[in-house]
Design a protein around this ligand. Structure first.
Ligand code: FAD
Ligand code: NAD
Length: 467
């Protein structure tokens, strides 16, 4: 039986990054993945393919709606949806192949098959050919990720009632799609199809889109997505979703208590994800799940069994690739006797719609709940020369700073390139910058980042320069 210092179960961004860091630190490392390709949800059916389709659909949408205003004429514009899906598949392949290369480079042994605990140190790997391998591990990192969640009264048939996985690989552009859940997946994949001409209706239980983020962001995003032609049914309680071979019918109750019925080609169910621990053999090592189906861990991300750790979507916290990665590095370094740290408050959240939405730190609602006195500075992209030049004037940057010390406590932005711009806010907050600190630093002109500087000036001393 092959013996390892560390065995990682699951090769998503949590698992493969953990394996690389363990190998870098001199541990003999193996990784187990049940699918043929490495990279987990993120690379295969999550972050990467969704961004590939978001980019393609954005190019089309711009060509159809913005080029003319730039003085560019386009005739015969069309969508080759199969080509779009094929390009996405190519991007996924290139990216997952890259992980194979990284495993080889770091001398990490890769096992394909379903991993499960036989005992504290023995992991069985059930392969697709029916055979079982066994390997021995001194330490184990569980990084088995998550799967799409559903509602008790919905049967996901993967044909008409689908999850994000199927929505990333449809063979034909739908005429209409109901998106059940106006969170991150709903807004991103809803945008893909709406941009390509599908009639998209988002049905959301809460009264705002992306309801876990700062409330101003959802309101602004709603406006932009409606401008693009998306329909919304907010504050709506879905009661049933039924499918025939050609169509879905959704019934719901709006906030007035009226019954609504909607029909569409597809219903994309995007009401969250649930941790995945099927057939992992947790019983054999005495690990019990919490009420949310997550693996409980302590501050070292170690389970109740010494030497067995868990990271990423399968434990508590934001279900984000970069959160999983930070935890992977944290566990590897902890095992090596180092003293790493993950600052969970400063894990940014991003929605890759257009305008993009990005957020870090406390929301206004959280500061109110904590009773923290804060100042607010807001700068709209309408007042940014760079944004006017590119015709991306929707959105704003909002900075929340401590009323007494001026320390930046939260940054919430919706606008062009917000996904990249939020990195500056993360750096500022990691170094505990005051809003004035950022307001006094030179930001290249003309850039979108000037909006962050001006929002900081507005928060610090109510002296934004460009508005
Ligand atoms: P996963 O990526 O889920 O990987 C777990 C792996 O473990 C899988 O490959 C699985 O097959 C394997 N596995 C499970 N059990 C076993 C077993 N017993 N034996 C062997 N292998 C096993 N996050 C972002 O930060 N940014 C984004 O833009 C983003 N976009 C997303 C878009 C979509 C459509 C979706 C669905 C998710 C998106 N996410 C995004 C979330 C992100 O994909 C997850 O947070 C991330 O993949 C979690 O990483 P993980 O390593 O914990 O688990
Ligand atoms: P989510 O939690 O972001 O959104 C789910 C939405 O469904 C919420 O708005 C919720 O109020 C709504 N909802 C729940 N039950 C409902 C019901 N019965 N009727 C109507 N609406 C209902 O989950 P998601 O969009 O499915 O994404 C899953 C996870 O994947 C998220 O945790 C997210 O972090 C991650 N993800 C991240 C990115 C990114 O970082 N850009 C992209 C996609 C997914």
């Amino acid at each position: 039986m092959n013996k390892y210092d560390v065995v990682v179960i699951g090769s998503g961004p949590g698992g493969y990054i953990a394996a690389i860091r363990c190998a870098q630190l001199g541990m003999k490392t193996a990784i187990i993945e049940k699918y043929d390709t490495l990279g987990g949800t993120c690379l295969n059916v999550g972050c990467i393919p969704s961004k590939a389709l978001l980019d393609s659909s954005e190019h089309y949408h711009n060509a159809a709606h913005s080029f003319e205003k730039h003085g560019i004429g386009v005739s015969g514009l069309s969508v080759d949806f199969s080509a779009m899906i094929a390009r996405k598949a190519g991007v996924v392949k290139q990216t997952t192949d890259g992980i194979n290369f990284l495993m080889k480079k770091n001398k990490i042994d890769v096992y394909h098959g379903h991993g499960s605990f036989e005992s504290r140190n023995t992991i069985a790997i059930a392969k697709t050919d029916g055979k079982t391998d066994k390997i021995e591990a001194d330490k184990v990192i569980i990084a088995t990720g998550s799967k799409p969640a559903s509602l008790p009264f919905i049967t996901i048939d993967k044909k008409r009632i689908i999850t994000s996985t199927e929505a990333l690989s449809l063979d034909k552009l739908p005429k209409s799609m109901i998106v059940l859940g106006g969170g991150v997946i709903g807004c991103e994949l809803g945008s893909v199809y709406a941009r390509l001409g599908t009639e998209v209706t988002i049905v959301e239980y809460m009264d705002n889109l992306i309801p876990t983020m700062d409330a101003d962001l959802g309101k602004d995003l709603q406006r932009s997505l409606k401008k693009m032609g998306m329909k919304m049914q907010l504050s709506t309680k879905v009661t049933a979703v039924k499918a025939t071979t050609k169509q879905v019918t959704l019934t719901a109750e709006n906030k007035k208590g009226e019954s609504i019925e909607m029909k569409a080609d597809y219903c994309l169910v995007s009401v969250g994800r649930k941790p995945y621990t099927d057939k992992l053999g947790l019983d054999n090592v005495g690990i019990e799940l919490n009420e949310r189906g997550q693996i409980p861990v302590n501050e070292k991300l170690e389970t109740k069994v010494a030497g067995i750790y868990a990271i990423g979507d399968v434990i508590q916290g934001a279900m984000l690739a970069h959160k999983a990665e930070e935890e992977g590095v944290f566990v590897a370094e902890t095992m090596a006797g180092q003293h790493p740290h993950v600052n969970y408050l400063l894990i940014p959240g991003v929605v890759y719609t257009w305008p993009e939405v990005a957020s870090v730190g406390y929301t206004e609602a959280q500061l109110k709940e904590k009773g923290t006195a804060y100042k607010t500075g807001k700068f709209p992209f309408m007042a940014s020369g760079r944004a006017r030049a590119s015709m991306d004037t929707d959105g704003f940057v909002k900075v929340l700073a401590d009323a007494g010390t001026d320390e930046i406590l939260g940054v919430h932005m919706i606008g062009p390139r917000a996904a990249d711009m939020i990195a500056e806010a993360v750096v500022a907050m990691e170094y505990r910058a005051s809003a004035e600190d950022i307001g006094r630093m030179s930001h290249a002109h003309p850039t979108y980042t000037e909006a962050f500087k001006d929002a900081c000036l507005a928060a610090s001393e109510n002296r934004a320069l460009n508005i």
